[in-house]
Ligand binder design. Sequence first.
Ligand SMILES: Cc1cc2nc3c(=O)[nH]c(=O)nc-3n(C[C@H](O)[C@H](O)[C@H](O)COP(=O)(O)OP(=O)(O)OC[C@H]3O[C@@H](n4cnc5c(N)ncnc54)[C@H](O)[C@@H]3O)c2cc1C
Length: 405
Amino acid sequence: MEQTSQICIVGGGPAGLVLALKLAKSGVDVTVLEANKSYERSFRGESIQPDTVGIFHELGIADAINEHGYMIFKELEVWERDSKRLNMNYTKMPYQHKFMIDVPQPVFLNALAEKLAQYPNAKLIRGAAFDGVIEKDDTVIGVTYREAGEKKSIHAKAIIAADGRYSRVREKAAIPYTKTPQERDVLWCKMPIPEGWDKHKYYILLNGAQHIILLPSYPDLYRTGVNIPKGGFAALKKEGLDGFYNLIDEVNAELGQHVRKHITSWKDLHVLDIFTTHAPLWGKDGLIMIGDAAHTLTPLLGQGVNIAIQDAMTLAPMLAQQVQSDKAVDTQFLRSYQSERQPQVDFVTQMQQRQEKMLCSDSKLMLSMRKAFYFILNRMPFIQNRILNQISYKRQRSLAMGKIS
Ligand SMILES: Cc1cc2nc3c(=O)[nH]c(=O)nc-3n(C[C@H](O)[C@H](O)[C@H](O)COP(=O)(O)OP(=O)(O)OC[C@H]3O[C@@H](n4cnc5c(N)ncnc54)[C@H](O)[C@@H]3O)c2cc1C
């Protein structure tokens, strides 16, 4: 069966659904192909930056999130063994949406999907797995996909690849990119917040090259990330769970005891292969990649969802105008969109790379530099504010300064 739509988005995750909703509101015909039938997923972008909270309000899904409930992060603390190295407090930031929140991804994806369903010019097809690109004269003009075992196709003025970190659209359209594995992987688990620990604080706990991240997680848990050497999960499994507990003990023995009580099976642990991707050009004629498909980031500083959604917010008005004035969604257009988004993506990528080096190295020089860095940062609120203005409040700042509307 062959269909047409002005825009076809492959992937109905955070980037794809926000783009679809914005386009639908502008009157553009949009179809989203989403491989999964339901949004049940955990250990994905659940820590949401204040700017994204603002976007949820703009998109009209804040009520659904309030109704469900969420956790608020008021402070970030870095500890090295028993010494507090850094406290960053968000309560005094001069923005309407000050705090990061934690909300399960299915909650906001379902809320976005419900909003999208109100637009007759929008269609979300669940259980539709992308299969291949259709090209004519080196321009992407459509895609094929499989739904309930049937092969189908759709033609569109532009295809948007919002299909995440393992983007198949990127592969099938042969978009050049590089993948850079980081020095570590992360084991994620969820456990109750230990007694006496603060449920509004986001903790980074360090000891040498070993670190643990504790993120308050709805309803009353810590989402816990423990770093392991790259590809080291199989070796750790051979040691048994004691090997995992020992990694926690090395950093914080009290937490080690708590983890022993609550993490009792390998099934409680999820491995995240940490890598970044860089594509010089986020697509080609007729195809634009957004979110993780265009630039996979590391999980440090909870940036993936924020950046993916801001890609969609920037692209939507540009794309609506291009389509409605019947202009080609070609490489020239792609470059003009990419130049809007590249500076923020580059800033975050470089900052994450510096943090990765600081957290994962055990060289004496790096450990001293890390101590000095946190010492200075802890005493200089204006430097803290400059960093937060880039990674948490950039959009709210730009709105206040009239740089975006
Ligand atoms: C374990 C983990 C923890 C994370 N924690 C955080 C966090 O706390 N905060 C944060 O900001 N970020 C976090 N991230 C990153 C964040 O989840 C991503 O950056 C964000 O979800 C990217 O959004 P996206 O829409 O680009 O891609 P995705 O969220 O990956 O969505 C892609 C969508 O495309 C669909 N899809 C894939 N292939 C196909 C296909 N062939 N056909 C049709 N549909 C397809 C998928 O089902 C999915 O719905 C985390 C990531 C991981 C893996």
